[in-house]
Design a protein. Structure first.
Length: 269
């Protein structure tokens, strides 16, 4: 297991990012602390100088492991299940841009908030739209992998648990689609976190961490020790990506606290 830090482009609309704003500063901070990769949350990939990001990644020896898409929903209202077909098509085109960038870095594309909400619509209706959108993304891309992130009920009412994500992934039926599990959301939604991770098994492609209060790991009551033991048990060897509030003490301190806490856990497994 390797440690990654979530950073963001300057137009971030989401508070739970360990480092917002200047990508260069964020990548240099991650490297200085000891992180082995970064995950970049992006609203619109077309406004980012990806050649510069690639140069920084190479110079720092810091891979980009995942590309986040949630800001497209939060800032622009884009959704893969939007009832308006025109907006769905715009959403697919936007995520395709994320996918092009992700493919160039060998990174995952995260499907979190951008999948949208049911908002009173029947589950099957929304699921049908989601499957259509995902199949379109898969057919229009070559090798990039997508990870569906179950989110808690206060952020969306569509795909809240690992089991729900697995049911959708089974219908998509592609090795290029897996699960991104997040300790903050799991702490709210899962009956038994370790058992849910075991059920996810080899479909667990990526992993987010924040403590129970969404502060840096080590500042709440989440049982990271048992969770990491389960990750080891199921053979998870991907990235552990810190996505927390800038607490305690601001973005840099939160990133440092998270790294120290997680590094000790991994060393002692």
């Amino acid at each position: 297991m390797k440690l990654s830090l979530v950073i963001s482009t300057s137009d971030a609309a989401f508070d739970a990012l360990a480092f917002k704003g200047d990508l260069k500063k964020g990548m240099e901070l991650a490297k200085r602390i000891g992180y082995q990769a970064v995950e970049i949350a992006v609203r619109d990939p077309s406004v980012v100088d990806w050649n510069e990001v690639a140069r920084l990644s190479k110079d720092l020896g810091l891979p980009v492991c995942a590309i986040g898409t949630g800001q497209a929903f939060l800032a622009d209202g884009l959704s893969l299940t939007h009832p308006d077909e025109k907006i769905r098509k715009r959403s697919i085109e936007r995520v395709k841009k994320h996918a092009e960038v992700a493919e160039s870095f060998g990174a995952f594309v995260i499907i979190g908030l951008v999948r949208g909400k049911r908002e009173g619509r029947p589950y099957r209706e929304v699921e049908k739209l989601f499957l259509e959108s995902m199949n379109s993304l898969l057919s229009d891309t070559k090798e990039v992998r997508f990870v569906i992130e179950p989110l808690n009920r206060y952020e969306t009412d569509f795909i809240n648990t690992v089991e729900e994500a697995l049911r959708v992934i089974e219908k998509i039926n592609s090795d290029r689609v897996g699960i991104l599990a997040d300790t903050f959301h799991m702490n709210i939604e899962e009956v038994n976190i370790s058992e849910s991770l075991k059920v996810a098994g080899k479909k667990l492609y990526h992993f987010h961490v924040a403590d129970s209060n969404r502060w840096a790991p080590g500042c709440g009551h989440f049982d990271f020790e048992s969770t990491f033991k389960t990750l080891k048990e199921i053979g998870y060897d991907g990235y552990i990506s810190v996505e927390c509030l800038p607490l305690p003490g601001g973005m840099e301190k939160a990133a440092e606290v998270a790294f120290r806490t997680l590094k000790e856990l991994i060393v002692n497994l």
